[in-house]
Design a protein around this ligand. Structure first.
Ligand code: AMP
Length: 395
């Protein structure tokens, strides 16, 4: 096993980005004895709050990136839209085991789809859209509905349009092409479930995958992850194998989150990749022998990867701005006695301002009775229809 580039505890990990993913990474790494420095424009960022030091500067500030390099033994990032110039300086002047190639690939839907296909893994049928005529041709080929997406900059359903009639083509094209990036049209998959698998790969080539999560989105934002996913053993095996192929094919170092659709015929199509810890992997903090955050640190520091074994079934439910008030009220009253002996672990990210749809935290419910967890989520009133759901808005 290649043991060069081992970064041992006591060393400093620099994180580009100060959000909740960085925060949970730093919390996991601090348990292991690493030190952290965060670069983020906000002076009280979720990750800055738990880091040893912080650099407050815009993400595209090359001098600030150099200051981060100066203070760090190894650098990682917690979001994928890293400025190209900064990524280049980092890869030239510091040690970024994840490299910049994976970022370059995953920052752009078309490049990402081509890379996934090149690893021998299927994606939903797609086509590059260069003008209105090609969009009309695409609609004729894929049928209605189909989904038009910007190649860059989209997240949580932003930068996409579900075409429900050919007549919407002109309006959708005009709207999305304003983003000034390439467009991609995808066949609409009438999926049975949305799944995700997180894989980790270390510089020595070791790969481990976490159990598949079954994901439920509301307003295009992740609402719940249920683990184990309610799928057959063979589908679980294929989903994990596919994530492993991608980790290998794309030379991943660190984590790669693979979001996929399970079609009614059992086919799996990859929808999207994220080269970092992922919201659908938060359940691993309490429900796996090693969390996704510890695994990421192990991978970039070239330590042996930890066991991903599931120790208990879990339901993770996101806390958005609109859920904060009822959640805090519940916390004031909660005496720890939940139905069926279920355990609730609350994580809040230290964000001051609670805006609608902003990810403020999550709750992981540990129970081998998924039905009890679902009943409690409903009955708690924290995630009521009024607070979180509007099925009209879902694609
Ligand atoms: P994305 O930004 O690509 O992750 O898409 C956000 C959400 O839109 C996904 O989680 C799906 O629920 C839905 N979606 C995206 N693409 C498709 C597709 N080709 N077919 C069906 N649903 C889709």
């Amino acid at each position: 096993m290649n043991r060069s580039n081992v970064i041992l505890p006591g060393r400093t990990i620099g994180i580009l980005g100060g959000g909740q993913l960085g925060r949970m990474m730093a919390l996991a790494g601090r348990h292991m004895g690493y030190r952290f420095v965060t670069l983020d424009p906000a002076d009280d960022s979720p990750c800055g709050q738990v880091s040893d030091r912080q650099i407050i500067a815009p993400y595209h500030d090359v001098d600030a990136a150099r200051a981060l390099i100066e203070m760090s033994d190894v650098i990682t990032y917690e979001f994928e839209n890293v400025d190209a110039q900064v990524a280049e300086v980092l890869s030239r002047e510091s040690y970024v085991p994840q490299g910049s190639k994976l970022l370059y690939t995953t920052q752009h839907r078309l490049r990402e789809k081509r890379a996934v296909e090149a690893s021998g893994v299927p994606v939903a049928p797609y086509m590059e859209i260069t003008d209105l005529a090609s969009l009309q041709a695409g609609i004729a080929q894929f049928g209605i509905p189909c989904v038009l997406k910007t190649a860059t900059g989209g997240y949580d359903g932003k930068g996409q349009w579900v075409l429900r009639s050919p007549g919407e083509a002109g309006e959708a094209y005009a709207e999305l092409s304003r983003a000034g990036t390439e467009l991609v049209l995808e066949k609409f998959i009438h999926f049975e479930k949305e799944l995700s698998v997180i894989a980790a790969r270390s510089p020595s080539g070791e790969i481990r995958t976490f159990p598949a999560a079954e994901n439920i989105h509301v307003h295009n934002i992740l609402h719940q992850s249920i683990v184990p996913a309610r799928i057959g053993a063979e589908t679980e095996r294929r989903a994990r194998e596919l994530a492993e192929k991608i980790a290998e094919g794309l030379d991943v170092i660190g984590l790669i989150a693979v979001e996929m659709f399970l079609a009614p015929g059992g086919e799996l199509y990859v929808n999207e990749l994220a080269p970092r810890p992922h919201n659908s992997g938060h359940y691993t903090i309490e429900a796996c022998r090693t969390s996704q955050f510890e695994q990421h640190i192990r991978a970039i520091c070239n330590l042996p990867l930890g066991s991903t074994e599931l120790t208990t079934p879990a339901v993770m439910v996101n806390v958005l701005g609109e859920h904060m008030e009822p959640l805090l009220k519940w916390m004031e009253e909660d005496d720890g006695s939940l139905p069926g002996g279920m355990i609730a672990k609350v994580h809040l990210y230290g964000k001051d301002e609670s805006k609608i749809h902003r990810k403020m935290g999550h709750v992981t419910l540990l129970t081998d009775r998924i039905d009890i967890a679902e009943q409690w989520i409903e009955a708690s009133g924290i995630w009521t229809e009024k607070n979180s759901r509007n099925s009209e808005d879902q694609t």
